[in-house]
Every structure is written in C-alpha cells, then in structure tokens.
Design a binder for this molecule. Structure first.
Ligand code: NDP
Length: 260
C-alpha cells in the first residue's frame, strides 16, 4: 500500500487516478483548484481527501504537501497531473497567458517536486509520475506554449531521474495521445476522427487507461523503470506538423502563419 498525492485530481485523468489508486488499496490525497463541487463528490465516492491548491504558486503547493504529510505520514508516490491547454497562434498569445501556461504545466511540477523530494531523499525511496503530452514530443501548431511546457517536463523527468536515482527515487513521465476528458471538449468530431485515423488502435483513450499506466509505474512491477517517457497510444503524426489537423478545427481558421 502506498501513500499517494495526486496534484490535479478533481477531474479527467486525475480523478480516474484517484479512483484507481483507492481501488488498489492505497491512501490518496488529491488537489483541486476550481472544481470544488467535483472534488467533494469524489471525496464522498472514494474517501480520498481533497485539498485546494493552485499549482502556479509554490506556497499553495506546499500547503497541499504539508497536509498530505500530516494526514498520511509520508508521500510514497507524487503524481503531477494538473495542466491547462491553450489554443493560440504564437503571434496572438499574450505574455500573461504564456506565463500562465508555463507556470501551471511546468513550474507547477518544479514546485511540487521540490516540496516532496527532501523527505523522499532522506528515506531513499519514492516515485514521481509526471503527465506530459504527445505534443511535448512532436509539437502542435497553435499550441506552442502548451507544447513547450510539456516538452519542459520531459526534460525535467529525464534529468531528475538521473539526479535522484542514486537516492532510490524513480521519476517517469506519461505522454498520452488524445484522451476523452473536458480538455478536449472543444475538439470537433471531425478532428477527433482524424486523430483516431492516425492512432494505431484507431480510437481515443479513456482517463482510466492513463490511470492504469500510473498504477503500473507506481508499483513494484516498475521497480527498474525510471527516466522514461511512456506513450499511451500516441498518434503517428509524422505528417503536417503534429496538431495541425486537430487544432485547425479548434481554432476555426488556418493555423499556419504567413509572415511578410
Ligand atoms: P482536465 O481539464 O479534465 O483536468 C485538469 C486538471 O488540472 C483538473 O483537476 C484541474 O483542477 C487541474 N488544474 C488545472 N489548473 C490548475 C491549477 N492552476 N492548479 C491546480 N490544479 C489545476 O484535463 P485532463 O484530465 O485531460 O488532463 C490532465 C493532464 O493530462 C494535463 O496535464 C494535460 O495536459 C494532460 N494531457 C491530457 C490529454 C488529453 O487528451 N486529455 C493528452 C495529453 C496530456 P480544477 O478543475 O479543480 O481547477
């Protein structure tokens, strides 16, 4: 049985992870930011304790980490799942929106890891799972900020795995393809069909299928797995530049830039 802290557990993939680890018999504390009603419903359903936190702020994450330690005694598994998407041409995105995406998707991971690592290092044991995206690997047109943030956590994962491996801590990254959650609510059926065509299994994934990979990575079965980026049926996307197909439908315009 592990003590698991899930950062960003109120909806989608994070909520599936809360259910998955609870069903596995683990102790789970999860964070929410805006979705208090969903978080409370998940608490009533699973018994996992929700804590409010905004990952853009280090102090806010520290409150959640401190609460998790005071409730569970220690954190064996940290899951950094909170994230936001952004659909903008690079020429349209404001500097403040850029910062919001980077602060949420990249700096939030840095803050969480920094607050949790010292006690893992002193115990010489721990597991960190970070949620990246296929766009962090191949890049998506109209999602430069998102792609940059998700590429950032891949670099963080690989470097940190080397840094803390000697302390007995494993760090891995999950890189999902298109998963059916609120994050993709704006994506048209036509665009989803294109992604399905590009995906080896011919469909989009479920939050539960990502959570199952998290459970594997947290388990003893993955004791010799670290520094890896695990794709969860990622589309081939070798053609027109990653997100072109999807995001052209999302943005409702041609996402290619013409600079004269
Ligand atoms: P959802 O939009 O369904 O859920 C996002 C979660 O992140 C919510 O729990 C939300 O909390 C939390 N969150 C967002 N901003 C903050 C913040 N500032 N502070 C704390 N928590 C925050 O998204 P998904 O479940 O789809 O995505 C989960 C992760 O998976 C993300 O990192 C995403 O980038 C990644 N991913 C998703 C893919 C997909 O196709 N869905 C594909 C590849 C990667 P709240 O609602 O309480 O505000």
């Amino acid at each position: 049985m592990n003590n698991v802290l899930i950062i960003g557990g109120s909806r989608g993939i994070g909520a599936a992870a809360v259910r998955c680890f609870k069903e596995n018999g683990d102790n789970v504390i999860f964070t929410y930011h805006k979705s208090e009603i969903e978080a409370d419903a998940l608490r009533q359903e699973t018994g996992a304790l929700p804590v409010r936190c905004d990952v853009k702020f280090s102090d806010s994450i520290k409150v959640a980490v401190d609460k998790a330690v005071s409730e569970m005694g220690k954190i064996d598994v940290l899951i950094c799942n909170a994230g936001i998407a952004d659909f903008n041409l690079i020429t349209d995105i404001s500097e403040s929106r850029w910062e919001e995406v980077i602060n949420t998707n990249l700096n939030g991971v840095f803050y969480a890891v920094r607050h949790v690592l010292p006690s893992m290092i002193s115990r010489k044991s721990g597991c960190i799972i970070i949620v990246s995206s296929m766009w962090g690997e191949v890049g998506a047109s109209c999602e430069v900020a998102y792609s940059a943030s998700k590429a950032g956590v891949i670099g963080l994962t690989k470097a940190l795995a080397k840094e803390v491996g000697p302390s007995g801590i494993r760090v891995n990254c999950i890189s999902p393809g298109m998963i059916d959650t609120d994050m993709n609510a704006e994506v048209s059926d036509e665009a989803k069909a294109e992604i399905k065509d590009e995906t080896p299994l011919g469909r989009t994934g479920s939050a539960e299928e990502v959570a199952a990979v998290m459970k594997f990575l947290a388990s003893e079965d993955a004791a010799f797995v670290t520094g890896q980026v695990i794709g969860v049926d990622v589309p081939r996307l070798n053609g027109v530049g990653g997100g072109f197909h999807i995001r052209s439908s999302v943005a409702g315009r041609n996402p290619r830039l013409t600079i004269s």
